[in-house]
Design a binder for this molecule. Structure first.
Ligand SMILES: NC(=O)c1ccc[n+]([C@@H]2O[C@H](COP(=O)([O-])OP(=O)(O)OC[C@H]3O[C@@H](n4cnc5c(N)ncnc54)[C@H](O)[C@@H]3O)[C@@H](O)[C@H]2O)c1
Length: 290
């Protein structure tokens, strides 16, 4: 019996990493036995990178998911990753609704027509959480500490679209159309390449940009719980060259001890290609969720 997997958003950041993993080693789908993937369908607006596209088991379906869902064929497992990230969904309401909501429904409807209900993994987000009006003085910040009993209160178009997607996955599962799982991903760092339109893009930026010799700005206001964690994750100043390049406005030295703990014992891992005059790479501001 052959194993078929579909990844929507298969040319994106997580989709590409997932595709490489699926091709590299056997996978276990639900209660099945480990088996190599025989066919991997990657659906995206753009083609997957050459190393993935060149694998004979890969079939790329390129185009808008709403139009191409019918070309995906049947699969044992579907990873639904195609989406418009938080900042873009907030900036363009219609785009967010079309891709994050209508696209998810198109994938679910395609899965529903399978002969046997596939496992369907939906990439949701911690953006489904938000301020709890019952706990206005929550010391944990806007979202507070998220536990298993924290109720979703999305406060962005993106968060609401992801939450609706979760509910649809739950209902299609209840009806026996799919075997659904929704995963509320946190910010996945460090994303390579340029900053993207996610509101949390700066989290990758404060690590990635300094490693490339660029400056980055952490937009999280001083005093925000958790900000020290972000600063601690950034490359240290110590005696490293280049000079400090991840800064949090207003309180540049507050996290110096935390940064110092990150002083690498080995030489700086990437070649210094920029200069202090390199233009700042600024990140989007706003909610810290994707
Ligand atoms: N990366 C994170 O930190 C993070 C955190 C929480 C949730 N998520 C969610 O996980 C999923 C994958 O995230 P990512 O970081 O890989 O994002 P990404 O932007 O790198 O990948 C998304 C892919 O979806 C594709 N896409 C967009 N619109 C499409 C359409 N209409 N039809 C077909 N393909 C389309 C894009 O071309 C892109 O390649 C997204 O749904 C995102 O909302 C990601």
């Amino acid at each position: 019996m052959s194993t078929r997997v579909i990844v929507t958003g298969g040319a994106g950041f997580i989709g590409t990493l997932l595709a490489r993993r699926l091709l590299a080693r056997p996978v276990t789908i639900a209660d099945g036995r480990p088996a190599p993937v025989d066919e991997l369908v990657l659906a995206d607006l753009v083609a997957p990178p050459p190393d993935v596209a060149g694998d004979p088991r890969v079939r790329a379906v390129t185009g808008d998911l709403a139009a191409t869902a019918g070309q995906l064929g049947e699969a044992d497992a579907i990873f639904h990753l195609a989406g418009v990230v938080s900042g873009a969904a907030e900036a363009d309401f219609d785009l967010g609704m079309r891709v994050n909501l209508d696209g998810t429904r198109a994938v679910l409807e395609h899965a529903r027509r399978h002969q046997a209900p596939p496992v369907l993994v939906f990439s949701s987000s911690l953006a489904v959480f938000g301020q709890d009006p019952a706990r206005p003085a929550n010391p944990g910040g806007p979202a507070g500490t998220v536990g298993d009993d924290t109720l979703p209160r999305p406060q962005s178009s993106y968060g609401i679209q992801k939450f609706i997607g979760e509910q649809l996955v739950a209902d299609y599962t209840r009806k026996g159309f799919v075997r659904g799982r929704s995963v509320r991903l946190m910010t996945v760092a460090v994303r390579p390449g340029k900053p993207n339109a996610a509101a949390s893009s700066f989290v990758s930026g404060i690590i990635r940009e300094p490693l490339a010799g660029l400056r980055a700005t952490c937009p999280v206001p001083p005093g925000t719980p958790g900000r020290a964690v972000l600063a601690a994750a950034a490359p240290c100043r110590g005696s490293c060259a280049p000079p400090p390049s991840a800064t949090c406005p207003g309180q540049p030295d507050r996290d110096e001890p935390a940064r110092a703990r990150h002083h690498p014992p080995a030489p700086w891992p990437t070649r210094w290609t920029g200069s202090p005059a390199t233009p700042r790479a600024t990140s989007s501001t706003g909610p810290t969720t994707r």
